[in-house]
Design a protein. Structure first.
Length: 302
């Protein structure tokens, strides 16, 4: 089916208290892996295109791959811009056919973040496409990640209220203890802060940097208002490890598809595991929608 907007699906997730997996796709194999598992689990899914993926594949190619895979699926697929850098990039993604945008103004001061986010939201809403924005900052591994720094960068609940009112965004990425690009799942979310934010604002909340968060903490976060769970690093690590192992076992192999397939399957395992505790299983059933994914599976066995 054609791409769907994130707006209605995040609102459904918010009402029914489940999390929608927002998985970063770096190449065709990732896109296929994520959508095939969504199809198996009958779950709605968000495919995110990061700044790195845009540089790697180019915006038009990245869009075309996700659109083609979504067309084959019977479950809802959203194409989302991850950590959009500026106004013009958001315009280009809108034109390319993204069904969900993000502006990340977390490096700006509050006033400048509001100004740019509101400008992008106004433009995007004119085309009925929702916008996510970030307040506070989800740090990156390698930044100074002391407990104090992480805490200092967290979303302030009272500021979040003003930010949402002034920008008219559709979903808010909150900094509540996760750090981008962690490989071990040890971070714990500040659930008290999340509860406070959720009690004050009505739009769906988004978790970034989910790869490094303890699964139990993510579950608690979903029960307390997180509706979109962004995962990149765990997928990437699994893919690289699997193709490395395959190559090491078969260094004479010259068919790269045989090397890449275990990578794709490793991404599928990871996505399946995440969807298993996001509560999204069975939430993406659309009456009358038919899957063309079977045909794509046959392709891999030819
Ligand atoms: O925007 C992307 C996500 O926040 C991914 O973070 O690589 O730590 O899972 P992660
Ligand atoms: Zn992120």
């Amino acid at each position: 089916m054609p791409l769907v907007s994130s707006k209605e699906w995040l609102i459904k997730a918010q009402k029914e208290k489940f999390g929608i997996g927002a998985f970063n796709a770096d190449n065709m194999e990732f896109v296929e892996a994520i959508i095939e598992v969504a199809e198996e689990e009958k779950a709605p899914v968000i495919i995110q295109v990061s700044q790195g993926a845009i540089k790697y594949a180019g915006l038009e190619m990245a869009t075309a791959i996700v659109k083609a895979a979504a067309e084959l699926a019977s479950v809802p697929v959203v194409l989302h811009l991850d950590h959009g850098t500026d106004y013009l990039q958001n315009v280009r993604c809108l034109r390319a056919g993204f069904s969900s945008l993000m502006f990340d103004g977390s490096a700006l001061n509050f006033e400048d973040n509001v100004k740019m986010t509101a400008k992008i939201t106004e433009m995007s809403h004119a085309c009925n496409i929702p916008v996510e924005a970030e307040l506070g900052k989800v740090l990156q591994i390698g930044d100074n990640n002391s407990a104090e720094t992480i805490e200092k960068a967290m979303t302030q609940p009272d500021e979040a209220v003003r930010f949402v009112e002034l920008t008219k965004i559709d979903s808010l990425a909150v900094a509540i203890g996760s750090v981008h690009a962690m490989k071990d799942r040890t971070a714990k979310l500040d659930i008290a802060r999340l509860k406070k934010i959720q009690s004050l604002i009505s739009i769906p909340l988004v978790l970034h940097g989910s790869s490094g968060v303890d699964p139990e903490s993510i579950k608690e976060g979903i029960a307390n208002g997180l509706c979109k769970i962004n995962v990149a690093t765990q997928l990437s690590v699994s893919f690289v490890k699997a193709i490395g192992e395959m190559y090491n076992k078969n260094p004479a192999e010259k068919d790269m598809r045989k090397i890449l397939l275990p990578g794709k399957n490793a991404v599928k395992d990871r996505v399946r595991e995440y969807m298993g505790y996001f509560g999204c299983k069975g939430k993406g059933i659309i009456a009358g929608a038919k899957s063309g994914i079977v045909a794509s599976e046959i392709k891999h066995h030819e």
